[in-house]
Ligand binder design. Structure first.
Ligand code: FMN
Length: 164
């Protein structure tokens, strides 16, 4: 199953969870391409990042493959920013092509958890618009992504689905 893990991470939590997932999938004979989204001009000031996310602004991304036709299974991940997904992932999803009818997974990492449910619903809705089959979606505590047991437990039902 040709798989991609497409993610944005500013401070490393989401990336850590993606790396864990990639290793886990590999141990189950699923090799995944890890695709990290990088804005051309990355906003680093919290207030401006929040505003960008809140206003659903798009950002230009560094060179990335938008054509997902080669993948059957695509995992999307982002931090929660201002109760929604980060602009980098929103921008990618807007331009992605051949995203229809894939098996997809989405997960977000959060800090307080405020707005994380709303953010998860939003990305689920974006993915459903292209008739994707969402296998698994979840919010993860960003600060716990250093704990492999937490990650193992968080992704447990996904691995059960993939191995059933
Ligand atoms: C600009 C900005 C806005 C954020 N807004 C929220 C929020 O609305 N709710 C929340 O629970 N966490 C929020 N956080 C915390 C991040 O979602 C959390 O730390 C996440 O794990 C960071 O992931 P990363 O290390 O991959 O960048 C925000 C962080 C930033 C930088």
């Amino acid at each position: 199953m040709k798989t991609a893990i497409i993610f944005y991470s500013f401070s490393g939590n989401t990336k850590r969870a993606c790396l864990f997932l990639k290793d886990k999938l590999y141990s189950k004979n699923i090799a995944a391409d890890l695709i990290e989204l990088k804005p051309e001009k990355e906003e680093t000031v919290f207030f401006k990042q929040s505003l960008q996310a809140l206003l659903r602004h798009k950002v230009d991304l560094k060179k990335v493959n938008y054509d997902l036709s080669g993948y059957e299974f695509v995992i999307f991940a982002s931090p929660v920013w201002a109760f929604t997904i980060a602009p980098a992932l929103r921008s990618y999803l807007e331009k992605a092509s051949n995203l229809e009818n894939k098996k997809v997974v989405c997960f977000l990492t959060y800090h307080s958890g405020i707005g994380s449910g709303k953010a998860l619903k939003e990305i689920e809705n974006i993915l459903r618009e292209s008739q994707n089959h969402i296998l698994f979606s979840k919010n993860l505590s960003g600060s716990k992504t250093k704990d492999n047991n937490y990650l193992e437990e968080s992704f447990k039902s996904l691995f059960e689905i993939l191995t059933s």
